[in-house]
Design a protein around this ligand. Structure first.
Ligand code: ADP
Length: 472
């Protein structure tokens, strides 16, 4: 029997472009599905994508889509990279920008039109190629189920994944006149949201199934605290909502063969060589002291306020701290001030994949005090690289990091230091536990070695997605 066809749609895919975890998922999940489905991945051909490096070629396929009497020319590009077939949508308006979605402080004004183009172009592909399933991700591809409903000729089934409910693609009512959607959909059961347009709502309303990236987050988004005003609507569609924990690409994040780190490792002694070299490189002293790292976007979600609050207290301990991230300027300024006051705190304000690998390979602890966390990948990468995560018990962190106090060496669970409340007191207590644990090296080593043997791959999650696809 021939495999069913699946079109995986995402606004960012590693290694072409990446601003966050979605790119990692869009890179790894299609690979894990390939055995069971004929998978193609489709994304925008942003100007920053290196066409030469990835051998991206025009497919000599041009068409135009029409939205509210305006025609937008589209050109289709493609490449095969590491065995996966990628399709790229090129439209000047969508692609010719410095950033993907906007500057660090503001989304681009015309994002509704830009991403409506992306959605309409994909629907045209579905019309032409008759895929069995379209897997959509976040607001940037959330109009597709509605457009299929509007079209009536497309039989493709849809699964829509919410990676982060904080970003819903909400735009002023005026945007509705330029995104090619029939006015009958401007109602509260569909795309209307307090008088505005909400792309994500369209996905939730019309997709055949909705998933989010961890079982705990699937429950949390049904509450007012984490629901970003969409909790009522999600409760209404609760029956089609499932939480499936993300995995990580265990080939890319493989400590034993990682080309981005100096000393690939399988033992803690080998790992120590990475720490020694990294500390030297950044001018910090004390290989024997625990090294705490933070790697992530500087946003409120990631608990950066908590980090800034607690950092001076942490810096007074016998330890080193290294931070890698970028985002809100206000956060950068505050962190920079702390760095100037404490010689054992180091920070780099940029996005640097290679450096992040070095840091995972060198760290003893990863700080992850997220206020909310749909899934989180950093904690899994850390555990795979023998760094113990210190996490707030929320969302995917709750599902993937089990409290070290209940360590069971027979279990397949992975462990870390888990704190209950997103408060400085709770976080500081967790850091104290970390310092104590590090003193009793034997227990610490037992935990990190156990984590290194855990399965963080996509295997289990892919099985759950396949089960869902079959039910569509
Ligand atoms: P989110 O998707 O919310 O940003 P995740 O933990 O799911 O958070 O995924 C973040 C991914 O991006 C991880 O692979 C992490 O290592 C990486 N990352 C985050 N910030 C940086 C940075 N400044 N430089 C390099 N990698 C980063």
């Amino acid at each position: 029997m021939s495999k069913k066809s699946l079109l995986f749609c995402a606004s960012e895919v590693y290694p072409f472009v990446k601003t966050g975890g979605l790119a990692d998922v869009a890179h790894s999940l299609p690979r894990a599905l390939q055995e069971d489905y004929k998978v193609q991945v489709v994304m925008p051909l942003y100007a920053c994508i290196d066409k030469e490096k990835f051998n991206i070629r025009t497919l000599e396929k041009k068409f135009s889509i029409s939205m509210n009497q305006i025609d937008y020319p589209i050109e289709l590009y493609g490449c095969t990279y590491e065995g996966i077939e990628y399709l790229f949508i090129y439209s000047t308006l969508l692609c010719e920008r410095e950033f993907l979605y906007g500057t660090p402080n503001h989304g681009y004004q015309d994002n509704p039109v830009r991403f409506a183009i992306f959605n309409h172009a994909i629907v045209e592909l579905l019309r032409q190629e008759q895929y069995d399933i379209a897997h959509l991700n976040d607001w940037q591809s959330a109009l597709i189920p509605l457009l299929i409903d509007q079209d009536k000729t497309i039989a493709t089934k849809t699964l829509f994944t919410i990676h982060n409910l904080a970003y819903q693609g909400v735009f002023d009512y005026e945007a509705f006149h330029s995104i090619g959607i029939n006015p009958r959909y401007f109602n509260s059961d569909a795309i209307e949201f307090y008088g505005k347009v909400n792309f994500m709502k369209a996905g939730v309303a019309y997709a055949d199934a909705v998933t989010t990236v961890s079982p705990s987050y699937a429950k949390e988004i049904l509450t007012a605290e984490f629901g970003y005003a969409l909790d009522g609507f999600l409760r209404h569609h609760k029956k089609k909502l499932t939480g499936i924990l993300n995995g990580i690409d265990t080939e890319h994040f493989a400590p034993s063969s990682d080309k981005l780190i100096e000393f690939p490792f399988t033992t803690l002694t080998q790992k120590a060589a990475n720490k020694k070299s990294y500390l030297k490189e950044i001018g910090l002293k004390g290989i024997k002291k625990p090294l705490f790292v933070f790697i992530g976007r500087f946003t409120a979600q990631k608990g950066v306020d908590l980090l800034i609050d607690v950092l001076p207290k942490l810096a007074l301990q016998e330890c080193n701290v290294a931070i890698l991230g970028e985002g809100k300027e206000e956060y950068q300024t505050k962190i920079q001030e702390i760095v100037s006051d404490y010689p054992n705190v180091h920070c780099v304000f940029t996005y640097n994949e290679a450096l992040s690998h070095k840091m995972y390979a060198s760290a003893d602890f990863l700080l992850m005090p997220s206020i909310f966390e749909p899934c989180g990948l950093a904690q899994m990468i850390a555990m795979n690289y023998a760094a113990l995560p210190i996490v707030h018990k929320v969302g995917g962190l709750k599902d993937s990091v089990h409290n070290y106090k209940r360590f069971n060496k027979e279990s397949t669970n992975s462990y870390g230091i888990v704190f209950e409340k997103a408060t400085p007191t709770s976080f500081v207590r967790a850091i104290k536990q970390a310092l104590e644990l590090y003193e009793t090296k034997k227990d610490f080593n037992l935990l990190v070695k156990h984590n290194m043997l855990c399965d963080f791959s996509w295997k289990q999650s892919a099985k759950q997605y396949i089960k869902l696809y079959k039910q569509l």
